[in-house]
Design a protein around this ligand. Structure first.
Ligand code: ATP
Length: 550
């Protein structure tokens, strides 16, 4: 039976045990920003290091049987602002937002949905009210609020339409009663011509929509386009000429260094450049814990190849990325692979597959964890044009053959990856004192083992200390001396430590320790000298090292 995991419980455990805290917690937090605590930092580093290892240090074997070639870079967060003009971010990195004048809240206009009674007749029901909700609201919460608003609470009686469709429909009929005007770029974004098909029953007056956090009608304003790049000023003068942007994605720093890397290293097409680092987006509505934040980390590979080889490499990277997520503890049956429909592709992409994970807040659906895009040679073409620097690659076999390679980009969120690991690991188990354990793979677990002297007296402690000092040279381990052993096991279960080594009187006699496995809680004895080897073996065994709890 699939267990229902509640995001609230995961967030609470993260705070209680030191995985993730609200940024500026003591000041009441700051929306969209998070701090990683001691365990969260280890978990994030484990995922990051594994990605780097798989991409740069030990890249996969290519279709021709030889290892592929990938190098890493670590570029500046702030680049010449022209870079963002070339990439299209200054002109087009926009989300539609809408403000509520009563609640003072700001919403992503395209995330709002309006509940329209199925029986609605525009001629007869002139006084009806139309409640508006966030699309992620659960059916239970929707019903609760409908009741509070004294509206029919059975949601099967409603049809759901997107707020943006209503608004844009209105634009297509500027001369009728419902006409409202929109900025031109907004209409272009929503392909205004296509919206005339919205049926007559949707002729809803904006003034009869109740915003998501109010009881009053007509408080939502016009959707406006909003550029999501954070900006600042480099240097003392805060004028337009000194305006700079915090990067909204890490890949730009790779494209900007394409020529430097080709000129300074021995890479030959096909090859890849990888980067891990912070990205910043002024998201209109940060939400779902660290899923959508304003500061986050990405792990991006730009794979440069010849155009004719794109299909082969695209399939290759999709397979590699599936294996990666599976090996770090995200099973394939929890992922959904969305071949993004043509009309929803980013302007530069002719094919994208999104890896979507069923996060606890996704309900029956899935939300994006990683995207694999064929970006063509859009980026290199743009940067070549805007920088007026030749970026063509010269074929070493045929110097007359100069071209801008095509790019396949597996782009994943490190922060979202951590959330997927946390969500996947969270396991309710009423039979144990902690009531829950974190089922991380040994490789991803923040602490690989805990060393627990049975009692804080006798000779247990010096032996435990000796083992601890030996192990910590190679593994992140915990030495926990105080409290009764049950409480200490419970704490390790909650932070997902896969193995506990207990030192007791027998250890003094025969140098053996008890190993307790987290999932099964089964115990066996091994010699102290074998502990290091035992852990190495478990780390190597990866995702399959731990037995499933009965
Ligand atoms: P979304 O549709 O969820 O906004 P996106 O399609 O804009 O994501 P990309 O631009 O493709 O995302 O970025 C690549 C990856 O970066 C995403 O798959 C995701 O894992 C991560 N990412 C993007 N935006 C955020 C964010 N605001 N917070 C955390 N991670 C993010």
């Amino acid at each position: 039976m699939t267990q229902i995991k509640d995001m609230k419980d995961i967030v609470a455990l993260c705070k209680r045990r030191g995985f993730i805290f609200a940024a500026s917690d003591i000041y009441g937090g700051i929306n969209g920003f998070w701090d990683f605590g001691p365990l969260g930092t280890e978990l994030k580093n484990n995922l990051r290091d594994r990605w780097w290892k798989d991409m740069v240090l030990c890249p996969p074997i290519g279709p021709d049987g030889t290892p592929v070639e990938i190098v890493g870079v670590d570029s500046a967060i702030i680049q010449n602002p022209k870079c963002w003009e070339a990439s299209g971010h200054v002109g087009g990195f926009n989300d539609p937002m809408v403000d509520c004048k009563e609640s003072k809240k700001r919403y992503r206009a395209d995330h709002l949905i309006v509940y329209l009674p199925k029986s609605y007749d525009p001629e007869m029901d002139g006084a009806l009210l139309f409640p508006c909700f966030d699309k992620d609201e659960t059916p239970e919460d929707v019903e609760k609020r409908l009741k509070k608003l004294n509206l029919r609470s059975d949601i099967s009686q409603y049809e759901v339409i997107s707020f943006v469709d209503i608004k844009t429909w209105a634009y297509t009929n500027p001369n009728d009663d419902y006409g409202i005007s929109h900025p031109k770029n907004y209409c272009e974004q929503y392909k205004i011509d296509e919206l005339v098909r919205i049926p007559d029953s949707h002729k809803i007056l904006r003034d009869r929509i109740i915003g998501p956090d109010t009881k009053t009608v007509g408080t939502l304003g016009e959707p406006r386009m909003f550029n999501m790049m954070f900006h600042s000023y480099a240097g003392a003068a805060a004028g337009e000429e000194n305006k700079v942007y915090l990067r909204p994605e890490t890949c730009a720093g790779i494209f900007l260094n394409f020529k430097n890397v080709v000129d300074s290293s021995r890479v030959k097409v096909p090859f890849g450049i990888a980067q891990i680092g912070k990205a910043f987006r002024n998201e209109v509505t940060p939400r779902n814990f660290i899923f959508r934040s304003r500061e986050f980390e990405q792990m991006e590979l730009e794979w440069f190849c010849e155009e004719k080889d794109v299909p082969m490499w695209f399939d290759f990277w999709v397979e590699q990325r599936k294996r990666f997520w599976e090996s770090v503890g995200v099973p394939l049956n929890k992922l959904h692979f969305l071949d993004v429909p043509k009309e929803e592709l980013a302007h530069y992409s002719s094919r994208t597959i999104d890896f979507e994970y069923q996060f606890p807040f996704s309900g029956e659906g899935y939300d994006e964890l990683e995207g694999i895009a064929h970006r063509g040679n859009f980026d290199l073409t743009q940067h070549q044009e805007f920088s007026k620097t030749k970026l063509e690659y010269m074929d070493p076999q045929d110097p007359k053959n100069r071209y801008l390679p095509h790019v396949i980009e597996p782009s994943s969120g490190l922060t979202r990856g951590v959330l997927a690991l946390l969500s996947e690991a969270y396991t309710v188990d009423d039979s144990r004192p902690s009531g829950v354990y974190m089922n991380f793979t040994p490789e991803m677990a923040p602490k690989k083992a805990a060393i627990l002297p049975l009692t804080a007296k006798d000779d247990h402690v010096p032996l435990a200390q000796k083992l601890y000092l030996e192990l910590r040279e190679e593994f992140v381990v915990d030495l926990d001396i105080k409290q009764n052993i049950g409480k200490r096991y419970a704490r390790q279960d909650e932070i997902g430590t896969p193995y506990c080594f207990t030192i007791d009187n027998d250890t003094i006699n025969d140098q053996t320790v008890t190993v307790r496995e987290r999932n099964t809680m089964a115990q066996e004895r091994i010699h102290m000298d074998k502990v290091k080897e035992f852990l190495h073996e478990k780390m190597r065994a990866g995702a399959s090292a731990l037995k499933k709890a009965a």
